[in-house]
Design a protein around this ligand. Structure first.
Ligand SMILES: Cc1cc2nc3c(=O)[nH]c(=O)nc-3n(C[C@H](O)[C@H](O)[C@H](O)COP(=O)(O)OP(=O)(O)OC[C@H]3O[C@@H](n4cnc5c(N)ncnc54)[C@H](O)[C@@H]3O)c2cc1C
Length: 374
């Protein structure tokens, strides 16, 4: 009987692993992909999708079924629902199906955890926290609010905040007041890219307000939002777009497999990306967030996990997971420029635009559907 590999999460990590396995084991494996969403979401372009008219839904959302249907019908199953419990000793997971809220217990031979991380603010559209309909609604609603607002605050000056502020500045820098609220005295946590990114934002008329850590934000019935800063100051704006904080989607995993950091409960893995203390359970991407949460890191980890799952199924030893050869950190700043580095080498603004900001990687979506990514 074909062995069963269950993959939890149908995003950049999970779909990559599914393709890598199914491409080679179309006949002798059953891959069950569990996803909260019916669609694959290219979240890297969400920062531009909130600018009305810039990105079509179908460019960044594609049905997961269209990715899997190229393999034998008996080799895969797509379950739309959420993993709610996991028993690594008994080798099973519990999934609540979106269609009817029923619970299904699924046994596995190998399990891959790829449920990533969500935005700390539930209303933020940068990651898919709920269903496909939820995230589409959130993106459309944000785009409509952006259109109507005269003054916009972007809360948080990490890479998502820089990119959101850049997109807004590029489109509306001359017609709307755009302010980036930065918790400390330097954006991007003081990364060496920070001065170049700040300079690009200034060119787009984005005001950066330092030492402005957002403590809370409340929208009033008249539509205005009151933002309270950690220093007690209260600001009122037409729209506040929060970009701070990621929360690993690990609530269904027993606590003993998770990091002790109560604010960031990632799953603990060894050098093979096997979950520490568990057998036949692997993890990749933002659920691991090591060395950090990032797309290239997720891709590399997904490839390693697929290889180690294959090895485990064949009774071979796993191999140590490899990361990207060099740490690339790049922020698009609007549709014309950017700031970034490769290792410690600064990248020119034009180069970042060419490699990232021009399309925000939307062309890569095709590879996740036709499987060429893996
Ligand atoms: C705006 C933005 C821009 C970015 N740009 C870059 C960049 O330029 N370069 C870079 O390196 N990285 C970038 N990143 C980071 C990159 O998006 C992540 O590293 C990547 O998405 C991680 O993929 P993942 O598959 O691990 O998890 P996620 O993309 O977080 O996906 C997890 C999936 O699992 C689903 N899920 C959650 N809980 C459950 C459950 N219980 N059961 C079933 N399914 C579940 C979720 O709905 C989601 O579909 C960016 C991130 C953001 C937010």
């Amino acid at each position: 009987m074909a062995k069963t590999v269950v993959i939890l999460g149908g995003s950049l990590g999970g779909l990559h692993v599914a393709h890598a396995l199914l491409k080679k084991h179309d006949k002798d494996l059953k891959v069950i992909l569990v996803s909260k969403n019916t669609h694959f979401f290219w979240n890297l372009a969400s920062v531009r999708a909130i600018i009305p008219g810039q990105i079509k839904d179908e460019d960044i959302f594609r049905p997961l079924e269209s990715a899997l249907s190229r393999y034998s019908a008996t080799s895969w199953e797509l379950l739309i629902g959420a993993a709610t419990a996991a028993d690594f000793d008994g080798k099973s997971v519990e999934v609540v199906l979106a269609a009817d809220n029923s619970t299904r217990t699924i046994s596995y031979d190998q399990l891959v955890l790829a449920t990533g991380a969500r935005c700390a603010s539930p209303e933020a559209p940068w990651k898919a926290a709920g269903s496909y309909e939820d995230i589409i609604h959130s993106l459309h609603q944000t785009a409509a609010q952006v259109q109507d607002a005269e003054e916009i605050f972007v809360g948080g000056a990490g890479s998502t905040g820089i990119e959101v502020a850049g997109e807004l500045g590029y489109e509306y820098g001359k017609t709307k007041a755009i302010t980036l609220l930065c918790a400390g005295d330097r954006i991007l946590n003081g990364d060496s890219v920070a001065p170049a990114a700040a300079n690009e934002l200034r060119k787009l008329n984005v005001t950066i307000r330092y030492d402005a850590r957002v403590q809370s934000a409340k929208t009033h019935p008249d539509g205005k939002t009151e933002v309270t800063l950690a220093n007690g100051e209260t600001l009122t704006t037409d729209l506040h777009l929060p970009t701070t904080g990621l929360v690993p989607n690990t609530e269904y995993i027993p606590a003993r497999y998770l990091s002790a950091d109560a604010n960031y409960r990632t799953v603990l893995v060894d050098e093979y990306l096997q979950v520490q203390g568990a057998q036949d359970v692997w993890a990749c991407g933002d659920i691991v967030s090591k060395p950090r949460a990032g797309f290239f890191i997720t891709q590399k980890q997904a490839a390693s996990v697929a290889k180690n799952v294959e090895a485990a199924l064949a009774g071979r030893e796993p191999t140590v997971a490899k990361g990207p050869p060099v740490d690339i950190f790049a922020c698009a700043v609007g549709r014309g420029r950017g700031a970034g580095r490769m290792g410690s080498i600064k990248l020119p603004s034009f180069g970042v635009w060419l490699a990232k900001g021009r399309t925000l990687g939307v062309a890569m979506v095709a590879g996740y559907i036709d499987g060429s990514v893996a």
